[in-house]
Design a protein around this ligand. Sequence first.
Ligand SMILES: CC(C)NC(=O)[C@H](Cc1c[nH]c2ccccc12)NC(=O)[C@H](CCCC/N=C(/NCCC(=O)O)S[C@H]1O[C@H](COP(=O)(O)OP(=O)(O)OC[C@H]2O[C@@H](n3cnc4c(N)ncnc43)[C@H](O)[C@@H]2O)[C@@H](O)[C@H]1O)NC(=O)OCc1ccccc1
Length: 232
Amino acid sequence: MRPSIVILTGAGISAESGVPTFRASDGLWCGHRVEAVATPEGFAANPVLVHDFYNQRRAQLKAVVPNAAHQALARLSAAYDGDVLLVTQNVDDLHDRSHRGVTPKRGFGLIHMHGELLRARCVETGKTCDWRGDIHIDTPSPFGTLGLRPDIVWFGEMPFQMDRIYDALSGCGLFISIGTSGNVYPAAGFVQEATRAGAHTVELNLDPSQGHSLFQERLYGPATEVVPAYIE
Ligand SMILES: CC(C)NC(=O)[C@H](Cc1c[nH]c2ccccc12)NC(=O)[C@H](CCCC/N=C(/NCCC(=O)O)S[C@H]1O[C@H](COP(=O)(O)OP(=O)(O)OC[C@H]2O[C@@H](n3cnc4c(N)ncnc43)[C@H](O)[C@@H]2O)[C@@H](O)[C@H]1O)NC(=O)OCc1ccccc1
């Protein structure tokens, strides 16, 4: 059994599939003020705006497919003689689709630490369910009386499965960060956790991230080129 691998991905791995990244040049977040669309306060103040923002992104998923970078990670999980944990900040389902039908050689896990567009959460009970269509303020929740919200982690909210992620980071031999700018925490701090565990750390990105100097190895270029090149 070879040392376990933890892989962190961000918007850059889905960019070539046509999913826009976040840090547009105008500093707006996908054309919106981040406080307005990705905070609990923004949702309380204007739920219609927030639902529209996520309904658009959910609908857009129908028009995109996994690319060579997603597929290379699926092949890795099938071939690597060690455990692989894939932690994504992305709320799209492109990793899920590229791993569908793939039998991992050893342990494999996929964690959407910031949630998923294709899941909804009951505002009253917190219960969640798969959700493919639009959500509106009058959409009844199957679990409660206060309606639904996207099952997404907004700023100021605790990301999902943090214990499982920190546990894997503390015992991994290789940490690979793909397509992320390293601006958002706690994800941006994972490289330090992996380094503390003695792991070899690798950044695969279009250009140097905020924390590029923290990585032992760096390969720059489009994900569809550098990820298959590094994995194979
Ligand atoms: C802005 C930042 C300073 N603020 C934060 O980090 C905050 C506050 C904070 C917490 N700790 C801190 C410490 C210091 C400072 C601030 C904080 N963090 C939080 O609020 C988090 C919650 C943050 C999650 C918010 N939700 C998202 N997403 C879901 C919504 C949605 O998607 O709508 S974040 C969202 O933005 C981030 C965007 O970053 P990237 O994915 O990296 O995308 P970006 O566009 O920035 O960069 C793309 C990169 O790809 C590259 N690229 C582009 N094309 C390609 C290509 N073709 N190939 C390869 N690479 C490419 C580019 O060069 C670039 O480098 C992702 O995380 C994404 O999920 N919660 C929390 O801290 O809870 C308490 C806590 C937690 C743990 C323990 C104790 C307490």
